[in-house]
Write a protein that binds this ligand. Structure first.
Ligand code: NAP
Length: 484
């Protein structure tokens, strides 16, 4: 409830983190918001103490208890474990939504000044290639699994629509690479299209991610909310931060079912750490997002206006904004000016009526989607060999002769090379051999598959196998390039 004292976990972080966090605490206090900060450790010093995750249990307990955390940048010092403390926090609290608003602040110089950019990127934060499931499948071929779930898509799509609704925005773009990755990226697109009718007041459009990047640089003002998968979002949200003044100004939140964590997009900037030079705006705007999350809309508005006005008037700017050492002010002087400006409004910043974001509820069962029917119609067996495709194809025909399966095709990095004429593909020692049931009416059994693997294994080294499913009569696998 607004006005009530809240306890919030605070991790000042590394490098410029403590200076920026000191500014946040001063401004929030001056704005009259009652917060009890529970100061907790995380980052470089914790790694050095031998805590492999960079986040001690006391900090995790504090976040779990308070449900809201404000975090400074955390370093992963070289030579002290290799796990990122940021990723640990994101995964442990299932912070599935990374929300990064980008809004033009009048007075900030740049190529896009005056274009009134005001958009939010809503990035899925835990799935996709970032599940971190990687294997060397041959000494020279690496694989990373791109895992996308219906549940993950539904959560992020609903979050994007709820943000649009809470902020009175009129349109949500869904940006994917579904034209190429029809099943994984396509799942976000399909989920978006299924859920969109529940938000009839909001216009929707799907846009291919590469075109989205192009459009963002040409006509960024057309976007309001962009929902996207993890890898796409990682890249375009850095792009959008750059549109309106860069890292010193870019805030973010990480949203989960139970916990929300707020942080600047920037890192610890070791080159300026401890010098009273850092721009605390990104951290302050992250705190503004946090205040809205806890229902302190008036305080958030007051602080946001004071920040914008300070930058717009331009008397007291940190060096990244002043662009000259002589004309610039320190972090503390900039903070003092923001505090002096509390209560004043910028006439150039469009005010927006924020309402509480209704965090989405998505059925928590692991097996969220049930198929009425399922069949296994074959298997892809991945084989390591330096053979040419035709030698391998002939060997695989032979291996599967007189068995329940027959070879349908052989591909190399997604392109079908057997049967068929020789092609120019520059092959590597990693082939996919696709086998299907000779009797199309019969399902592949585990016994059929084990028999096949034994036969293939007698001829070549196989390293990976994938069943070919049909769910509700639809293939759960894609064709190779050139496969019919
Ligand atoms: P960075 O810390 O964001 O700094 C890059 C550069 O951006 C700085 O050298 C500085 O450049 C400028 N900058 C960033 N924030 C600024 C601010 N508030 N005010 C003024 N200038 C600012 O990126 P990095 O050097 O790649 O990363 C440093 C460390 O931070 C690494 O250990 C990395 O792992 C960590 N990191 C943590 C997080 C996180 O915790 N979420 C995020 C990113 C990076 P100039 O002074 O040269 O203009």
């Amino acid at each position: 409830m607004a006005g009530e004292r809240r306890t919030i976990t605070l991790m000042a972080g590394d490098g410029i983190g403590p200076e920026c966090m000191a500014a946040v605490r001063r401004v929030i206090e001056a704005a009259g918001t009652k917060i009890t900060w529970e100061e907790c450790d995380a980052g470089a010093e914790v790694f050095k103490r031998g805590v492999a995750s960079g986040v001690p249990q006391e900090t995790l307990d504090s976040i779990a208890r308070n449900k809201v955390a404000l975090k400074g940048p955390l370093e992963t010092p070289v030579g002290f474990g290799e796990k990122s403390a940021n990723v640990t926090l994101r995964k442990l609290f299932e912070l599935y939504g990374n929300v990064r608003p980008t809004r033009e602040i009048p007075g900030v110089q740049g190529v896009f000044a005056g274009r009134r950019i005001d958009l939010v990127v809503v990035r899925e934060n835990v799935e996709d290639l970032y599940a971190g499931i990687e294997h060397m499948q041959t000494p020279g071929v690496a694989q990373c699994l791109k895992l996308i779930s219906r549940k993950g898509c539904e959560k992020i799509v609903r979050l994007a629509f709820e943000i649009a609704r809470a902020e009175g925005r009129k349109k949500v773009h869904c940006s994917t690479k579904a034209n190429i990755m029809k099943l994984t990226e396509g799942l976000l697109k399909r989920t978006f299209e299924e859920i969109a009718p529940e938000y009839p007041e909001i216009a929707t459009e799907h846009i291919i991610i590469d075109n989205c990047a192009h459009q963002l640089v040409r006509y960024p003002e057309q976007f309001e909310v962009i929902v996207t998968t993890n890898m796409n979002g990682d890249i375009i949200s850095d792009l959008t931060s750059g549109l309106t003044g860069g890292l010193g100004l870019a805030p973010s939140s990480n949203i989960g079912n139970d916990v929300a964590m707020f942080e600047a997009v920037h890192g610890s900037a070791p080159n300026i750490a401890g010098k009273n030079l850092a721009n605390p705006t990104a951290m302050l705007l992250s705190a503004v997002m946090m205040l809205r999350h806890i229902g302190e809309f008036a305080a958030a508005d007051k602080i946001e206006n004071a920040i914008c006005l300070t930058i717009e008037e331009g008397h007291t700017l940190t060096v990244d904004l002043a662009h000259s050492q002589e004309l610039s002010s320190t972090t503390s002087q900039f903070t003092d000016e923001i505090i002096r400006n509390l209560g004043r409004r910028s006439s150039h910043v469009a005010s927006r009526e924020y309402r509480p974001i209704k965090l989405p509820y998505v059925d928590p069962r692991p097996d969220l989607v049930h198929a009425k029917t399922r069949r296994v119609v074959g298997a892809d067996v991945f084989v390591e060999t330096a053979d040419d495709p035709h030698t391998l194809g002939a060997a695989m025909e032979q291996a599967s002769a007189d068995s329940s399966l027959k070879l349908k095709m052989v591909s190399n990095r997604g392109t079908k090379l057997y049967p068929g004429p020789k092609q120019m593909t520059d092959c590597v020692d990693h082939y996919r051999c696709r086998f299907v049931m000779r009797d199309a009416a019969r399902d592949l059994s585990d016994a059929d598959l084990l028999n096949l693997l034994q036969r293939v294994g007698a001829k070549r080294t196989w390293m990976h196998v994938e069943k070919l499913y049909e769910f509700d009569g639809k293939p759960g696998f894609t064709k190779a390039q050139g496969e019919d």
